[in-house]
Design a protein around this ligand. Structure first.
Ligand code: M6R
Length: 609
């Protein structure tokens, strides 16, 4: 949700800021802007829409200067427009601020500042920050920012410049992510590592309530109260290539094809060499603590929530522990029953989703042990949880999550088996059988990816429709929800996912001639029931695509077309069945001429509640 970048060094900052913003565009793309110290003072350029629009403006009239800040916006307060774009400034135009987050008390602050004579030009909450800092400035920008933050409530990652002190850049983190990149004679700020990775691999990850003063020659880290802190530098060991499309047309397609590797890497050394046991050595959670777990809550948002739904089936089936799943934005407000014997699992690809983070904090506050499943080492979720299972999917850039989701499924399979081993709820033979099947998944995904052309043909046909349904039972329903979200998110086709048996309780009224229905039927025990539900929609004119397992004959007779996934254990089938659905969404989005990687109204990292 909004991307921030900042540079102080000897090079021309415009290029560095623009390149950084391009790497952060996945966080928001409603508008973009930069502020640079030039020979004529602090100059600001902004443009509504994609970064390319800002780039064109800067090509016409470049900004020369070696210190600057930049921002790519996902609109919260005020519509996307030039004037609502960041950086924001005060009336003297001497102060400039980029902000990620929400200032919850901005109306009160705005009224107070207006009464003091400040004039506001935008509808944003951010503009109050630049006015507030200007109001409090007494010759030291660091002190002015420190004073300003004591007046602000909400979430804010900030980059602040003032023309009065052109050799200083101030950065603040409070409930919105921010990292500091350390270079030679130059330093950087960024909302995320890719923004600065081209220039340095050494970063400081700021914690909430911390700030930094950057000059060309150094960085001082301190609390918002000004107490200096020392922090170990984090060395980024992944490659810049991970942040590139590597020859694919879109990040989403690359990330779909990254999945076999993501599965292998996430399993990694977590399976014993003889394939008889899962070894989650990284867990603090002891065998005794596992035996004491009375219930598990899985909490997440969006696609990660759908992974959590699969996780519930997996854990209940393998380890026989009762599991509830909750959408993170609802969790805190329903007074969940959390005891010290509750294990709360939060799932977040980015590790920065505001609602998930808030749920984590609430669970910890109430005494639960919190286990995070996340893809980003050093993210807020990873740092605040008691335990972490890292998914090794590599950087995910497309807004639509693909390898993030499937690597979360692998993490749940590993966790489910780990719990089952500890509790003795599965025999050694069953565990070994599951591990063998788990290890076959990457090659089976490759097999499915080899049939992408066939899925493309189906997708192009589906792209002509405005409404579509997904149905499935049990684990197939969980996958149906994910398939439906993916399709809506990037193709803008209205779709709904239903438990197959539930349709006749109302939604069946929407089934009419030729409407596409995607029926998932990979669960052997539920097969006959699902076939009955398929017949119900077929009888009302639906055109049904069945997703089933190789060798399946009955279902094929009841549907109009079928896509077969390789044979695996029923419990593992989501890790295969979702692949054709991801491809379907991708090609449907493409056929409709949409921006696959940057769907309208969305952003990759949702850091506001
Ligand atoms: O980073 P997170 O896993 O916490 O993100 C959660 C959701 O915002 C995310 O999964 C979202 O639903 C995706 N855009 C779906 O593709």
């Amino acid at each position: 949700m909004c991307g921030i970048v900042g540079y102080i060094g000897k090079r021309n900052s415009q290029e560095i800021l623009l390149e950084g913003l391009k790497k952060l565009e996945y966080r928001g793309y409603d508008s973009a802007g930069v502020a640079v110290f030039t020979a004529d003072g602090l100059q600001i350029k902004k443009a509504k829409g994609r970064i390319a629009n800002l780039e064109s403006k800067l090509e016409e009239t470049p900004l020369q200067g070696s210190v600057g800040i930049g921002h790519t916006r996902w609109a919260t307060h005020g519509k996307p427009s030039d004037v609502n774009s960041h950086p924001h400034t005060d009336n003297s135009l001497k102060f400039s601020v980029v902000h990620n987050g929400i200032i919850e008390n901005y109306i009160t602050l705005k009224e107070e500042l207006t009464a003091k004579g400040h004039n506001f030009v935008s509808e944003t909450d951010t503009e109050v920050i630049s006015h507030l800092i200007a109001d409090l400035y007494e010759g030291d920008i660091l002190k002015a920012v420190q004073k300003a933050v004591t007046h602000m409530t909400g979430a804010f990652a900030l980059g602040v410049l003032t023309e009065y002190e052109p050799d200083r850049l101030v950065a603040v983190r409070q409930a919105s992510p921010l990292i500091i990149g350390i270079g030679e004679g130059e330093n950087f700020i960024g909302s995320d590592i890719p923004a600065i990775l081209e220039y340095t691999r050494n970063v400081f990850i700021l914690n909430d309530g911390e700030m930094a003063l950057l000059t060309r020659d150094g960085v001082e880290l301190m609390t918002l109260e000004g107490n200096f802190i020392s922090r170990e530098m984090f060395h980024v060991d992944w490659d810049i290539i991970t942040a590139e499309k590597a020859g694919y047309d879109h990040f989403m397609l690359k990330e779909i094809y990254d999945q076999p590797k993501a599965y292998r890497d996430t399993m990694g050394s977590r399976i014993s060499t003889d394939g008889s046991a899962v070894t989650l050595n990284e867990l603090v959670l002891s065998a005794e603590a596992i035996r004491n777990i009375s219930r598990i809550h899985i909490v997440a948002c969006g696609t990660a929530y759908h992974a959590g739904m699969v996780g519930k089936y997996v854990i209940e089936k393998l380890a026989r522990i009762p599991v509830e799943t909750d959408v993170a934005s609802e969790y805190r407000y329903r007074s969940p029953i959390i005891t010290k014997d509750t294990l709360v699992i939060v799932v977040s690809q980015s590790g920065e989703t505001a609602d998930t983070l808030a749920a984590l904090r609430e669970a910890k506050h109430q005494g639960a042990h919190v286990l995070a499943i996340t893809n980003v080492v050093g993210s807020s979720v990873a740092r605040e949880a008691d335990d972490v299972i890292t998914t090794w999917a590599g950087l995910e850039i497309a807004v639509a999550s693909t390898k993030g989701y499937t690597s979360q499924l692998i993490a749940f399979y590993l966790l489910g088996l780990h719990l089952a081993q500890t509790l003795g709820t599965q025999s050694a033979v069953e565990i070994k059988e599951a591990i063998t099947a788990l290890r076959e998944l990457p090659a089976q995904v490759e097999e499915i990816l080899g049939q992408a052309e066939a899925i493309k043909v189906v997708a192009e046909e589906m792209a002509k429709h405005d409404n579509l349904f997904f149905i499935g039972r049990g684990l197939d329903y969980a996958v149906a929800l994910e398939g439906s979200l993916k399709l809506k998110e990037i193709s803008y086709i209205h779709s709904e996912a239903y438990p197959a048996g539930e349709l006749k309780h109302g939604t069946l009224a929407l089934i009419e001639d030729d409407i596409p229905v995607i029926a998932l039927a990979t669960q052997h025990e539920l097969q006959e029931k699902t076939v009955s539900n398929i017949k119900e929609v077929k009888a009302r004119g639906a055109n049904v695509l069945g997703i089933a397992v190789e060798g399946e004959r009955e279902l094929q007779k009841s549907v109009d077309s079928t896509f077969l996934i390789p044979k695996t254990l029923d419990v593992l089938s989501p890790a295969l069945a979702v692949i054709p659905l991801q491809l379907l969404s991708y090609y449907a989005s493409l056929a409709r001429g949409n921006d696959v990687d940057k769907p309208r109204n969305l952003a990759k990292s949702v850091t506001v509640e």
